[in-house]
Design a protein around this ligand. Structure first.
Ligand code: 13P
Ligand code: ZN
Ligand code: NA
Length: 275
């Protein structure tokens, strides 16, 4: 049995299409993302990191994501982003996530394989999509010298050994914004795509120009992760708005920031649809 999201990612990959995976942090960012998906009539992957889960509480975060998808009539999936331990993955599976990422990319290849294979086995009864990372995409604010690009032959070996469905690749993107325009190693991406039939995931989506994203889609990227641009537009809109707003009605405070998130996510969805 193939998990629903795995099937969708592979189908997208075959067409050179890509699903957008957006992180959410609270009700308001979730709302902006879903308004965008509803207006664009496109599916969306809703991602939660461990810190967002800790902030909202696991069950509240999951229920909020599910209810919002239903309320907006949007097709979507709940995904654990950068799951740092087998324990956290187990909690996410029990809480009803459709997809989980186990991120053992900082460990040795052998350890990464062992932990990822363990998660794939653990996830099988739940019939969910499993993502892992091979190579290393720099975390927020980390120096570029931590980066290790994904090797195509290693990718083939890794996917065969672990049975993982989706693979996060390190091809020159990084989490957060970029000081200079990122130079993605698209040649390497094509080689990874040729070496394995796993769904390929691009982390660090914020700050990558649209034409490069579209080229990456043509070369096998079928899930694009977006976080920093959402946080940034939400907070900068909120701060600007609060300077000339003395009101205390929360329900009038957040809508401009929600709308800003909506418009950002709409533009990304448009870009992916046009790719
Ligand atoms: P950005 O913060 O660069 O958008 O990266 C998001 C991401 O990769 C989440 O897993
Ligand atoms: Zn990431
Ligand atoms: Na980025």
């Amino acid at each position: 049995k193939v998990a629903d999201l795995t099937r969708r990612l592979k189908a997208a990959q075959q067409k050179g299409a890509c699903l957008l995976a957006t992180n959410f942090y609270n009700y308001e960012t979730l709302c902006g993302v879903l308004q965008a998906a509803a207006q664009m009539k496109q599916a969306i992957i809703l991602q939660l990191t461990e810190s967002s889960i800790n902030y909202m509480g696991l069950q509240v975060a999951v229920n909020m994501g599910r209810s919002a998808l239903e309320q907006y009539g949007v097709e979507g999936w709940l995904h654990l982003d950068h799951g740092g331990s087998v324990e956290l993955v187990a909690r996410a599976l029990d809480a009803g996530f459709d997809s989980v990422m186990i991120d053992a990319s900082e460990k040795s290849l052998e350890e990464n394989i062992a932990i990822t294979a363990q998660v794939v086995a653990m996830a099988r009864p739940y019939n969910v999509n499993v993502e892992a990372e091979l190579g290393y995409v720099a975390k927020l604010g980390q120096a570029a010298d931590k980066v290790a690009f994904t090797d195509p032959e290693e990718a083939r070996f890794f996917v065969e050994r672990t049975g993982v469905h989706a693979l996060a690749v390190a091809i020159g993107s990084a989490h957060g914004f970029y000081k200079e325009e990122p130079a993605l190693d698209l040649e390497r991406l094509s080689e990874i795509h040729a070496a394995t039939d796993a769904a390929l995931v691009l982390h660090g989506g914020s700050g990558i120009p649209g034409n490069i994203l579209q080229e990456a889609m043509r070369r096998g990227i079928c899930k694009l992760n977006l976080a920093t641009e959402i946080k940034n537009i939400f907070m900068s809109t909120l701060k600007k708005d609060m300077q000339n707003n003395a009101g205390i009605d929360l329900r009038e405070t957040f809508p401009p920031a929600i709308t800003a998130v909506r418009d950002l996510v709409k533009s990304k969805l448009q870009l992916l649809a046009a790719g």
